[in-house]
Design a protein around this ligand. Structure first.
Ligand code: PEP
Length: 253
């Protein structure tokens, strides 16, 4: 979509050794500065964020956490505070990634609470909607995604929504090597946008960025990015290689 700035987001997940962080950024940062047509961000495990923040201090590259708790602080051993992330200077936080929903019991209710907590602290939440296979096979395959959308955004104002990014990810495409077709993904992104128009307003829907994620590669990225309602890509595996991430940034420019 022409009115929306594309966002290219790498999701490192629980990958990358400590000594790989600096060389990765050294490869990618010059490309990020070259052209300003797209936003670029990396989601990394919390451990790496302080070092990455200092290495990217004078760069347009933005950083994202992969998860954050729904309260600012308290007796939640092992959790990450959205307030602390914001104080460090982190820009984005992934909320409700498929792996969090599936492996760590992230419910729609918690996704909603975490989205609100992120917004309250000035972080930009990237809210993940995951479409599973059974939903895909059912009579109304998009119901699950649109329900997730409504539940995730429950009680969030239109003003706050200006800082929310939506990521649409078919679960069967995540890490599988089998991406959705650009047409399939566009259909879902358009439905999500129509739903945003209903929940908020056509104007809000028009300006909200919707990313596609699921086995994006340097070969299929351009197809996704050229779709009317797809405003960026969320990339796992392909983005672990800095050269491929470079190429993906290039494609989005
Ligand atoms: C993801 O982490 O959200 C993802 C889409 O991973 P991959 O690109 O490896 O499918």
């Amino acid at each position: 979509g022409a009115v929306r700035r594309p966002l290219v987001l790498a999701n490192w997940k629980m990958n990358m050794a400590p000594d790989q962080v600096k060389p990765y950024l050294a490869t990618v940062l010059p490309e990020v500065e070259k052209d300003e047509a797209a936003d670029v961000a990396i989601a990394a495990q919390d451990l790496y964020l302080p070092e990455m923040l200092s290495l990217t201090a004078s760069s347009r590259l933005m950083l994202s956490a992969e998860n954050a708790h729904w309260t600012d602080d308290g007796a939640y051993t092992g959790e990450t505070s959205p307030k602390a992330l914001a104080a460090l200077g982190v820009d984005y936080v992934l909320i409700g990634h498929f792996e969090r929903r599936k492996l760590f019991n992230e419910t729609d209710e918690r996704v909603n609470l975490k989205t609100k907590a992120a917004l309250k602290n000035g972080l930009k939440p990237i809210v993940d909607l995951d479409e599973d296979l059974s939903a895909y096979a059912s009579a109304d395959p998009k119901t699950v995604v649109l329900k997730q959308l409504a539940l995730a955004l429950d009680g969030i104002s239109e003003t706050a929504m200006k800082n929310v990014v939506i990521a649409y990810e078919p679960t069967w495409a995540i890490g599988s090597g089998e991406a959705a077709s650009a047409e399939q993904a566009e259909k879902s992104a358009a439905l999500i946008r129509a739903s945003l128009a209903n929940l908020y307003s056509p104007a809000l829907a028009e300006q909200t960025r919707i990313l596609y994620g699921g086995s994006v590669t340097t070969k299929n990225a351009a197809d996704f990015l050229s779709q009317e309602d797809i405003d960026g890509i969320l990339v796992g595996k392909a983005a672990l290689d800095p050269k491929q991430f470079l190429e993906l940034i290039d494609i989005a420019q």
